[in-house]
Write a protein that binds this ligand. Structure first.
Ligand code: ADP
Ligand code: ASP
Ligand code: MG
Length: 455
């Protein structure tokens, strides 16, 4: 068995879904389980619909529903062949339900995380159905499984945590046997509580679903089909011309994803590591490119750095202890506050009297700062970017920090941190310096490439 996950762009249109059927058809003998994202930008649009409705902008919300309905009918029915009438009914039923919900929300003027998940889930419920119909119409037997019957989560709506034991059990009992009958298709990103309330795993969560299902059925491989040739040496939205990384370790991939390489959801690698299942990143527009293989034992690499990831628009909080030296319990109090606000901290650096933390931008930063000010001096800086160099060799190559800081000597560095794993070297600069810094670093570390590792 293999898991093949197709992201939003890989199912965004009739042509994209036709490419998917060809890709899946070629690997049919491997008993594929296909996990799909919502089509194109559907999730963004569904969430926007919900927000418009809750803000009382009923007509705008209903217009968005109309656009989504038309989009799914046009691109979806085109691939359904003889079953188009059935699919038409399903699609209309979902959007009729959404119409009613939008009307209700615009009266109540309130949007709970639970309603948000119910609305967001429509994207994957429909895309998975459409893809299953498309496979059948291409002559490939297919079984559609509602992911909400398989992926069991807690009730932290919009960020639900998976109950792995129960989910793996269901994968073994229901998903694995279904592959005998045809290509299984499931929606990513969505799950349900034990009480059957629909939940989602957080934005970008379809990669995670693929890994969970892969681990649950003991897949031999997890393929993540997307719109780039694999993991690249730099984020293509920041720097064009990055090189494809042929193989990378689980640890390096996790680090990259965590610090902004959107190509893979950071949580994805965990279930894959635990079950030692290789993950491949592949391009659905160029299926013959070998992509990137993420494994526990990648070959040795002559380059010091594997990739540069970055995350724009972050915030840092600089917290100075008001005592002379950091008092006992100071860090605990600091972290308790971030924990209570459920704000994950990305990067940390400390000195004897201060600690700097980087976080995603949040509209609660003033509340957080007020709490910290009860025992510390606090300053907040916004519009910053994290740049992170990742590679197993960073720990045994002398002089890396010198090369890094030499090549970005004219950027103002706001914070520096080297992860305890010694796998990364990260620092924070102003958003305005990001492109210049990444370009200079990429030139420094990737002008000469180890052909065994990079393309
Ligand atoms: P999908 O919809 O298939 O899940 P995503 O948009 O979530 O696709 O992720 C793919 C995108 O990740 C690419 O289009 C690319 O812009 C971005 N990306 C960021 N960093 C990297 C990197 N280092 N290598 C490859 N892609 C990256
Ligand atoms: N459709 C969801 C999102 O846009 C999940 C995913 O695509 O991974 O966040
Ligand atoms: Mg993604």
């Amino acid at each position: 068995m293999i898991v093949m996950k197709f992201g939003g762009t890989s199912v965004e249109s009739r042509e994209a879904i036709e490419r998917l059927t060809l890709i899946v058809g070629r690997q049919r003998h491997r008993q594929p389980i296909v996990v799909v994202s919502a089509m194109g930008k559907t999730t963004n649009k569904l969430l926007k619909t919900a927000q418009e409705a809750a803000a009382g902008r009923r007509d705008q919300a209903l217009t968005l529903v109309d656009e989504l309905r038309a989009y799914h009918l046009i691109e979806g029915l085109a691939v359904a062949g003889a079953a188009a009438a059935d699919l038409d009914r399903y699609i209309r039923a979902h959007f009729d339900w959404l119409d009613e919900l939008v009307k209700g929300l615009s009266i109540v003027g309130e949007l709970s995380p639970r309603s948000m998940d119910a609305i967001a889930s429509i994207g994957e419920r429909l895309s998975s159905l459409i893809v299953s119909f498309a496979l059948r119409s291409a002559g490939i037997p297919s079984v559609h499984i509602d992911a909400r019957k398989i992926v069991v989560t807690d009730d932290r709506f919009t960020q639900a945590q998976c109950d792995f034991a129960e989910t793996y059990l269901r994968c073994q009992q229901s998903v694995a046997p279904a592959t005998e009958a045809g290509v299984v298709v499931m929606g990513g990103y969505i799950g349900a509580t034990l009480e059957d309330q629909t939940t989602t795993l957080g934005r970008g969560g379809s990669d995670f679903s693929a890994a969970i299902v892969g681990a649950g059925v003991g897949a031999e491989e997890i393929q993540i089909w997307t719109d780039v040739d694999g993991m690249l040496t730099a984020d293509p939205r920041i720097l064009a011309g990055g090189h494809r990384i042929k193989t990378i370790s689980f640890a390096e991939a996790a680090e990259l994803a965590y610090f902004g390489a959107k190509v893979l959801h950071p949580a994805t690698v965990l279930p894959a590591i635990e079950h030692d299942i290789p993950v491949l990143i592949l391009n659905s527009r160029r299926p013959d490119v070998e992509g990137t293989r993420i494994t526990s034992q990648p070959p040795p690499c002559l380059n010091a750095v594997k990739s540069i990831s970055c995350k724009r628009g972050i915030t840092i909080a600089n917290i100075h202890s008001t005592r002379m030296l950091m008092a006992h319990g100071f860090l605990r109090r600091v972290f308790e506050i971030f924990d209570r606000f459920e704000i994950p901290v990305d990067m940390i650096s400390t000195s004897e009297v201060s600690v700097s933390l980087s976080i995603d931008p949040t509209d609660r930063i003033e509340e957080i700062a007020a709490e910290l000010r009860q025992f510390a001096q606090v300053s907040v800086e916004e519009n910053l970017s994290i740049i992170c160099l990742v590679g197993e060799n960073i720990r045994h190559t002398p002089g890396i920090a010198g090369r890094v800081f030499e090549c970005i000597r004219d950027c103002n560095i706001r914070m520096i941190s080297q992860g305890a794993s010694l796998l990364n070297l990260g620092f924070v600069v102003a958003d305005a310096d990001l492109n210049r810094a990444v370009t200079a670093l990429h030139k420094e570390f990737f002008s000469v490439l180890d052909p065994a590792v990079f393309d």
